[in-house]
Design a protein around this ligand. Structure first.
Ligand code: WTA
Length: 649
């Protein structure tokens, strides 16, 4: 049995949840009176303009509604309500990659967001329900834009800056956005990089709905400027009034869309709500990060992903914390950059991805020793399973053996943490997210919803609706139903299936084994194999392709493609082909989805009905034994061919 790491007793005394019994009490409270539990929290945490009169409406599953009748504004929740007690407290501490710094207090944030909100309303005619696409780097203005949308009731859709023009165009078109907000560019690895030209390219290929483009000047590099369409933010915003009354929003009005990859087709616009989302963001900031008044909190994610939304912007600000935003990469100018920042800002909670931990472990194993990291109290990880090696280094060298690691499992669709240790209550162990949070009915089950016995693999499901859950897929309620509520049932009713496999370990803890669908996780970036396959399929000489994830030391998984060519002549020119394929992927999706390796094969294993057996291809790429009967395949010989090729690699 693997060793457990116990919380420090002295620290535990000061924590919100001080021991496992207190955690258990909350779990019981939620079990006994589910709506009572969430209703109590919603009353305690949210500053309602008008109270809700019903906690949960389950009348039309899976379209659940929470806190019916309640009125609020999320930007008010994140800013206005702190103005009395925290007016000059730092809301945001920003550090640029080149070392430039900026501290924004809650009062300043209030003015900036109000001015921005007025600009969006007055100059660009944005009003409640309009969609605004935000394609921005990691700078404070990105937060102003998100909160300004929330203030006026516009629905933002932040698109990660690593996506290509084509991917950006698809997202703009799906959301029918009226306005695109971007920056000239920013800095990465010490050099300027550009975003605005990518927006120009996206808009040149469609996007009829877009009327205007708003540009934040960050790196001052030259950009093309289209008169009448493009506007510069920095000067314009100064002309606006610093007061903007928040729009009164309904609990269930959409707050934002965030596109994410699924196992089939195009990315889906995951739609989140106002009240349920912000409530869970706040509850988890307190439960999982045990955030306190004087803490400095740092989440290194990109704001283009859900982690950036919930745990850089909405969660920390809603609880009145100080949140750090860092512009660049972790290894610039060297692998000590982040630790230097932890020391300088006296960071208390540090939240990052396993892929970054692996990178810093590999490239800067001695770096943490050079800095005073004694301010750290809690460490966190998210996005993918973490291997024990990296976990132990993080625990011992970064956390000095003192700080609990909260390995938080959740998804774009869940809005916030679902399974995680409680930092000063749960004994932790490498590679396990441990237990569901109170009020989250996560369970590992078989196809018919029976809990699997310990040690047996099953599907990770959530058996009851929760406040911050996805409400629908934008414009596609049918797909929403099918994607999440199709496969697994309990008592005859479909329950939310996460797409992840998991097992209960010998402590009864949940260990995530990874996706069981066609989604792969490359450096914490969630990618759909279907999208990559469709890009590769556009190569002239590709007849058929199947993409799978292959274990990778740093990235977690890498993109691996099995390819059948149209013309046999080009066999053996894999390097050239790989280059060509990657340039197509970069164009259609973005460099983050590039293939690491390809294998040219004579055919793909298929069932007699012609379905590609991805499970077999995944197993081969992972180096696993195939324990499935392949004799029923249409072309069993192909499997042997592929296995042989692998052995020769
Ligand atoms: C994976 C990121 C293991 C999982 C917040 C999930 C994890 C997908 C963990 C969601 C974890 C996330 N341990 N795997 N602690 N956290 N995952 O939507 O496969 O970008 O389904 O949300 O990441 O990725 P997404």
């Amino acid at each position: 049995m693997e060793k457990l790491f116990y919380p420090n007793r002295e620290e535990a005394k000061k924590a919100r949840i001080r021991n496992i019994c207190e955690y258990q009490e909350l779990v019981e409270e939620a079990k006994e009176d589910y709506e009572g539990y969430w209703g109590r929290l919603a009353e305690e945490k949210i500053d309602w303009f008008e109270p809700f009169d019903q906690v949960l409406d389950e009348s039309n599953p899976p379209f659940y509604k929470w806190f019916i009748g309640g009125k609020l504004n999320v930007s008010y929740q994140c800013i206005d309500r702190h103005l009395e007690s925290r007016k000059n407290k730092a809301a945001i501490i920003f550090e640029g990659e080149l070392g430039d710094k900026r501290v924004i207090t809650y009062r300043e944030l209030y003015y900036e967001v109000n001015r921005t909100a007025n600009l969006l309303k007055n100059r660009f005619g944005i009003s409640k329900g309009d969609r605004v696409v935000i394609y921005m780097p990691m700078i404070p203005e990105t937060t102003f834009m998100m909160l300004a949308c929330a203030r006026i009731g516009a629905i933002h859709s932040v698109v990660f800056g690593g996506f290509s023009a084509d991917a950006l165009r698809d997202r703009i078109e799906d959301a029918q956005a009226k306005l695109v907000i971007t920056a000239d560019g920013a800095y990465r690895r010490g050099k300027p990089y550009m975003l605005k030209p990518i927006v120009d390219e996206a808009l040149s290929k469609g996007c009829e709905s877009v009327e205007k483009v708003l540009i934040v000047e960050r790196n001052g590099e030259e950009i093309e400027y289209i008169e009448g369409r493009d506007y510069l933010y920095n000067e314009l915003v100064k002309q606006e009034s610093p007061i903007c009354e928040p729009e009164i929003m309904d609990s269930e009005d959409p707050l934002f869309l965030l596109y994410t990859s699924g196992s089939t087709g195009k990315p889906k616009g995951v739609q989140h709500s106002q009240a349920g989302y912000i409530l869970h963001a706040m509850v988890t900031m307190e439960m999982v990060f045990d955030i306190r008044e004087n803490d400095t909190y740092w989440c290194t994610a990109d704001v283009g992903w859900i982690t950036g939304h919930t745990y850089i912007v909405y969660g920390p600000l809603a609880v009145g914390a100080t949140t750090i935003i860092y512009e660049g990469v972790p290894v610039y100018p060297d692998a000590g950059r982040w630790w230097r920042m932890v020391e300088e800002y006296q960071v208390n909670q540090f939240y990052t991805a396993p892929t970054a931990i692996r990178l810093l472990h590999k490239t800067g194993i001695e770096e943490p020793k050079k800095y005073d990291l004694s301010s750290l109290r809690i460490l966190g990880t998210v996005g993918e399973p973490i291997n024990p090696d990296a976990w132990l280094w993080y625990y011992n060298e970064v956390g000095g053996g003192r700080c609990p690691i909260v390995d938080t499992w959740w998804q774009t669709e869940t809005g916030g943490h679902m399974i995680s240790p409680i930092p000063f209550a749960t004994p932790i162990k490498p590679g396990s997210a441990t237990n569901p949070l109170p009020g989250i009915m996560a369970e590992i089950v078989d196809e018919v919803g029976n809990r699997v016995p310990q040690g047996e693999k099953g599907f990770l499901c959530i058996t009851k609706p929760w406040p911050s859950m996805i409400r629908t897929i934008w414009n596609d309620p049918e797909r929403f139903k099918k994607s999440y509520f199709g496969d697994v049932t309990k008592d005859g009713k479909p329950i939310y299936f996460s797409g992840d496999g998991a097992i209960y370990d010998e402590n009864g803890y949940i260990v995530i084994t990874g996706r069981v669908d066609d989604v792969i996780n490359v450096s914490g970036h969630r990618l759909g194999t279907a999208e990559i396959e469709s890009a590769i399929g556009n190569h002239d000489n590709v007849a058929e392709v199947a993409v799978v994830g292959k274990p990778h030391q740093l990235k977690g998984e890498s993109v691996f493609a099995y390819i059948v060519l149209k013309s046999e002549d080009s066999l053996g020119e894999d390097v050239e082909l790989l280059k060509e394929i990657n340039s197509i992927i970069s164009k259609e999706i973005g460099a983050i989805a590039k293939c690491d390796e390809i294998m040219v094969v004579s055919g793909l294993p298929k069932t007699r009905s012609g379905k590609i057996m991805r499970r077999i291809l995944r197993a081969i790429a992972k180096g696993e034994k195939i324990n499935q009967d392949i004799s029923t395949l249409e072309n069993p010989a192909v499997v042997e061919e592929i296995e042989k090729k692998f052995q020769m690699k």
